[in-house]
Design a protein around this ligand. Structure first.
Ligand SMILES: NC(=O)c1ccc[n+]([C@@H]2O[C@H](COP(=O)([O-])OP(=O)(O)OC[C@H]3O[C@@H](n4cnc5c(N)ncnc54)[C@H](O)[C@@H]3O)[C@@H](O)[C@H]2O)c1
Length: 383
């Protein structure tokens, strides 16, 4: 416990609750990081490797993410240490929800992260007998279908358009390369195609497809539905490259939307795009980001560009007790509006102070949280 206490800094965490249940073997943790701007909100993950430290770090990221999109929730995250395929998963989830009934939903609302699905959110709210106990619940319970709407990928393209305008790049004539054709990459491709962009490369873990004249996004989506990651083996007429080569193809905009740590210092030097829009979390190393800055490659940081999911989660938070189903178009409109505003603000800060985009984005988020703490009298204005 001393160890955990030493992790508390000026921002938080405000509350850490570690829970266990002998019957089901459930072990879990809730970390509420900073609620100066509102109730703690962040997904709940289930993985055998969950640790208190990991959940605390993710809760802090949520504090910055909410403030970054200027929405009034605080940072929090929860985790269950266990196999998400366990035969007694439901028993574990019900035990976890029961043990957190003092905090949920007044101080924390359960949600989805790695290892949990919409049905698991339904179990949470059933166990606590409160529709407001969780977001991410299925359509049948009035939930917002994030992935079906493609909220994160849609937001990536919206954010890219703001950055492209700053660069004098018209997305209607731009060539785009997208790493990863999952929930984020495929929805981004759809939105770029709607802008009239030419998608010159996409990849999955199986390989990359490259065609300088442009790939047919509608066909890619159909092949993804039929063959999943193996879509690259079925697309006619494009060159198939090893996965990872899509980062280096000739293009105007590169969208890493698969994994973290895919661009290091060396590979950053070989990127030909003038704009990198981070769909995935942490795709580029700190050294790579410095190379991009030196080479005048503009980067839209992950937690700016991929915040569409949390904007949608904000809508879901508000809809928890509503008898009306949130309307898809309204969710996408809000994603567009929030991400465009935030991208503009971050790029203004970059232009004014020459900061790296990641540093500028973090500074804006921190100043908003600090202002809320000052307004509440938790700290002094000059702290
Ligand atoms: N889904 C969201 O709403 C969301 C929100 C914020 C951030 N993210 C981040 O975006 C990234 C992608 O998430 P997702 O939900 O689309 O995942 P996903 O599992 O739906 O898709 C991942 C895609 O990446 C591909 N891929 C895996 N390894 C690859 C490799 N070595 N080379 C090329 N492609 C590879 C997979 O084949 C798949 O097409 C992750 O970093 C995730 O944390 C997702």
């Amino acid at each position: 416990m001393t160890d955990l206490l030493s992790q508390i800094d000026d921002w938080g965490p405000e509350k850490v609750v570690v829970v266990s249940d002998r019957r089901s073997g459930m072990k879990g943790v809730l970390v509420i990081d900073n609620t100066a701007r509102g109730i703690g909100k962040g997904g709940t993950r289930m993985s055998p490797t969950v640790t208190v430290g990991e959940i605390a770090r993710l809760a802090r990221v949520m504090t910055w993410k909410w403030a970054g999109v200027d929405m009034f929730h605080g940072g929090a995250k929860a985790g269950i240490a266990g196999d998400p395929h366990a035969a007694n998963k439901e028993e574990i989830l019900r035990a976890f929800a029961r043990k957190l009934s003092n905090e949920v939903p007044r101080e924390y609302v359960l949600g989805l992260d790695m290892g949990l699905t919409e049905n698991d959110a339904a179990i949470f709210l059933d166990e606590l007998g409160d529709r407001g106990a969780a977001v991410g619940s299925p359509h049948e319970l009035g939930g917002v279908p994030y992935d079906q709407l493609g909220v994160t990928g849609f937001g990536v393209a919206e954010s890219a358009q703001v950055a492209a305008e700053r660069r004098g790049v018209d997305l209607g004539n731009a060539r785009i390369s997208i790493q990863g054709f999952g929930a984020v990459g495929s929805a981004a491709a759809e939105r770029f195609a709607a802008f009239g962009s030419t998608i010159v490369a996409v990849s999955t873990s199986v390989g990359a497809l490259h065609d300088p004249n442009g790939l047919d996004v509608a066909l890619l989506l159909k092949l993804k539905a039929d063959f999943g990651d193996h879509l690259v083996e079925h697309y006619p007429g494009a060159t198939v490259l090893p996965a990872g080569r899509e980062i280096f193809v000739d293009c105007d905009v590169l969208v890493p939307a698969a994994l973290q740590d895919v661009i290091d210092e060396q590979s950053a030097r070989e990127v030909k795009a003038t704009l990198v829009v981070e769909g995935a979390n942490l795709p580029a190393s700190p050294q790579a980001l410095k190379v991009f800055a030196r080479n005048d490659v503009l980067v839209v940081p992950d937690f700016v560009a991929n915040a569409g999911g949390i904007v949608a989660a904000g809508v879901a938070m508000e809809a928890r007790y509503s008898p009306f189903r949130p309307e898809g178009k309204a969710v996408l409109d809000l994603v567009s509006q929030r991400l465009r505003a935030n991208t503009s603000e971050v790029l203004d800060e970059v232009a004014a102070h020459g900061a790296l985009p990641h540093d500028a984005a973090r500074r804006i988020a921190q100043s908003r949280v600090r202002a809320a703490m000052v307004a509440r009298g938790q700290i002094r204005a000059n702290a």
